[in-house]
Design a protein around this ligand. Structure first.
Ligand code: NDP
Length: 410
């Protein structure tokens, strides 16, 4: 899986300071509390992340048919981004919590008005089957735990909203999809940018060829992990929980953008990975991954992602008559987007933070009305297959050919 054809200097040259995403080292495990995971010690409770602001008044469901979610994993993203956004969702509410940290369960449960008997430890997770207040689970655990917690949620008869990446390998993705089908329950991958106004407009612009025929897509999702991190304290650099690292965590946004902006699936991929020697952050995961995707139209996408570069979050499309420039492209807010060339304009398209509630409502509507999920499990599987192809191409040092569904041709 390793390769060394991309140098650190080259990645740092590509780095841009805009919209840096800080990879926060997970805090040390809190001692003395039971470990999580179906009998298998996979996770301890973590302390409350810094900078969490809890609601002073518990939010209430807005409609009688509101979908009740169990939040599984009270980490940074759940507590700071998604949970506060339930208040803006028309049809979704927080019904239960699952955490390895009893103190967090108490504090967060009190603040969000979650009854004491709807607060579960990981050891009690399967008991959600009997809890009729829970319609769906929202899995916000380290990525290597997504598959097992999703399969168990389906076995408990619940619908699943699963964070990205869907899982760390395509076999696990297929297992999740099969479990959802067996249980007749819905599965959504939490690709929030499909609900973000700038990205939605970008897809429409590219569909109507606002930059002409697309020749190139270039994406950068770059950040720098705390230099003192080790895999023992930061799951993001632990291969069993994070896979290859930056690609699954952050580069996945660039991969997604290349597909939804081009409107195509690649037919071949070349790639390179880089892991510096003697850096405790990169004993298990890659520091940087670069890949090149060739589409049937002849368009080419270049994707760069790193945990060891100054920050950047961009998506550029260049067509034969113009260009679309998104910088920053896929963050929580602060998006900037402009067209150059024949059509020249900047876009200001409303509040990007609408993406969080938009995502929740899409799944809740699907659960209640049977409507279409914009980002289903099949999309998550497609992306994991493409990431597998990127790693395979880097390892082989030559192009990997793909079927239209993203499977590698042997
Ligand atoms: P954090 O480390 O901040 O939180 C993860 C939580 O999972 C922990 O707080 C802990 O909760 C629980 N957990 C269970 N087992 C473990 C373990 N072995 N090691 C560490 N934590 C464990 O991660 P994030 O919130 O940043 O990321 C969680 C998921 O959300 C990931 O899949 C990530 O890819 C995704 N994500 C998505 C984003 C998006 O924009 N869509 C942005 C950021 C992350 P507790 O203490 O309650 O048990």
């Amino acid at each position: 899986m390793d390769g060394t054809s991309i140098s650190r200097r080259r990645f740092i040259e590509f780095g841009r300071d805009a919209a840096a995403v800080t990879i926060v080292a997970a805090a040390a495990a809190s001692p003395g509390f039971a470990q999580a995971g179906g009998g298998k010690p996979v996770a301890r409770g973590r302390p409350m992340p810094d900078g969490v602001s809890l609601p002073s008044t518990p939010p209430r469901p807005k409609r009688p048919d509101s979908v009740g979610y169990a939040i599984v994993g009270l980490g940074d993203y759940a507590l700071k981004q998604m949970m506060p956004r339930f208040a803006r969702s028309a049809r979704s509410h927080i019904a239960a919590l699952v955490s390895g940290n009893p103190e967090k369960l108490r504090r967060v449960g009190d603040a969000y008005g979650v009854p004491a008997d709807a607060r579960y430890s990981y050891d009690q997770y399967d008991r959600i089957a009997a809890d009729r207040r829970i319609d769906a689970v929202y899995i916000v655990l380290p990525s290597g735990l997504h598959a097992d917690y999703a399969v168990r949620a389906f076995a408990a008869g619940k619908h699943v909203l699963c964070e990205k990446p869907m899982a760390l390998n395509s076999a696990d993705c297929e297992r999740m999809i099969a479990a959802g089908r067996r249980a007749n329950r819905r599965l959504m991958i939490a690709y929030r940018v499909h609900f973000e106004p700038h990205n939605i407009e970008a897809m429409a612009l590219m569909r109507r060829r606002a930059a002409g025929t697309i020749r190139f897509v270039r994406t950068e999702q770059l950040s720098r992990t705390d230099p003192s991190s080790t895999p023992a304290e930061n799951w993001r650099i632990d291969r069993s929980l994070a896979g290859g690292g930056p690609l699954e965590d952050y580069g996945i946004y660039g991969l997604q953008a290349a597909l939804y902006l081009s409107g195509e699936m690649p037919e071949s991929i070349t790639a390179a990975t880089f892991r510096p020697a003697n850096d405790p952050r990169f004993t298990q995961v890659f520091a940087s991954v670069a890949s090149q995707l060739r589409f049937p139209s002849g368009a080419i996408a270049q994707l760069m992602t790193s945990y060891d570069s100054s920050g950047s979050n961009i998506a550029h499309v260049r067509g034969d008559t113009g260009a679309l420039i998104m910088d920053p492209a896929t963050g929580y807010e602060g998006h900037k987007m402009r067209l150059e060339g024949r059509e020249r304009r900047s876009f200001s398209l409303g509040d990007p933070t609408a993406q969080f509630a938009g995502q929740l409502d899409n799944l809740s509507d699907a659960i209640r009305d049977g409507s279409t999920i914009r980002t289903p499990g099949e999309m998550g599987l497609r992306d994991v297959r493409l990431m597998e192809a990127i790693y395979a191409a880097a390892e082989a040092g030559r192009a990997v050919q793909l079927s239209p569904d993203g499977r590698m041709r042997r």
